[in-house]
Ligand binder design. Structure first.
Ligand code: ATP
Length: 239
């Protein structure tokens, strides 16, 4: 395997007495798409929030780009290039499309490069370019997902984490979204993707982890996970 961008070792996390993650390990190599799938409540979002630092794991170790980030605050992880596109997109609808994009770059000082990259995002997303000075409330759910992706890219991710990005999108936007994820990956971006849309996620991912009740039920290259009979059991919660 090529150099690791992310290594999570034996993460465990609780909400009060509820153990949401138990001894979960995961690796992402540079240039890979890794997907995490599993039934509702399996612990997928908790895993991403633990990697981002919004949830404090009670045990485990996180290494990002060769550094031990286990005790780093969120802002330092983001500055280092560990960036999340959150579930539900969290677009600020009372701000313009361009202001939303600029939020992604607020920690950057290289303003000329930021302007150039915003131009690149507009080239890729003409729907955003045409309405750059309109409030983001004018966008459809699919367009808001593109905006959330653009905003995250402006934070210069070394690893882009996406929490259920296809949720609530029309089939056309789902297809476009998965094409975009693949296109950015081909340009070198490493991606950790959490998805309910298991079939599509396994189709574009290199490797996959199946979570079941907070534990790793299955992992391996995406094609063999997709072909495994255990996937159905794990995805249905193992009942
Ligand atoms: P979903 O697809 O429904 O978001 P998930 O796989 O992302 O599910 P998590 O949201 O990580 O799963 O939840 C894992 C477990 O932790 C569940 O039992 C859930 O009820 C519990 N949980 C999640 N967030 C909280 C919270 N803030 N407080 C208490 N329990 C929580």
């Amino acid at each position: 395997m090529s150099e690791l961008i992310l290594k999570a070792e034996s993460l465990s996390a609780c909400y009060g007495r509820v153990e949401a993650l138990s001894d979960v390990s995961l690796q992402v190599a540079r240039g890979e798409i890794v997907t995490v799938v599993g039934a509702n409540g399996a612990g997928k979002s908790t895993l991403l929030q633990s990697i981002l630092g919004a949830v404090s794991p009670k045990a485990g170790k996180l290494t990002f780009a060769g550094q031990d980030i286990t005790r780093w605050p969120i802002y330092r992880r983001i500055e280092e290039g560990l960036v999340l596109v959150p579930e539900g997109r969290r677009i600020l609808v009372s701000m313009t499309i361009e202001e939303n994009l600029l939020l992604g770059a607020h920690m950057r000082r290289d303003k000329i490069a930021v302007r150039r990259e915003i131009g690149g995002i507009y080239d890729r997303f003409p729907n955003l370019a045409q309405r750059r000075n309109h409030n983001a409330s004018c966008l459809s759910g699919g367009e808001q997902q593109m905006l959330a992706l653009g905003r995250a890219l402006l934070a210069k991710p070394q690893l882009l984490m996406m929490d259920e990005p296809s949720l609530g999108l029309s089939p056309l936007f789902v297809q476009r979204l998965f094409e975009l994820i693949q296109a950015y990956n081909r340009e070198g971006l490493s991606i950790l993707l959490i998805e309910q849309n298991t079939a599509n996620a396994l189709r574009i991912a290199h490797r996959a982890t199946v979570l079941e009740l907070g534990r790793v039920a299955l992992e391996g290259d995406a094609a063999s996970v997709a072909g495994s009979t255990g996937l159905q059991e794990a995805y249905l919660g193992g009942t």
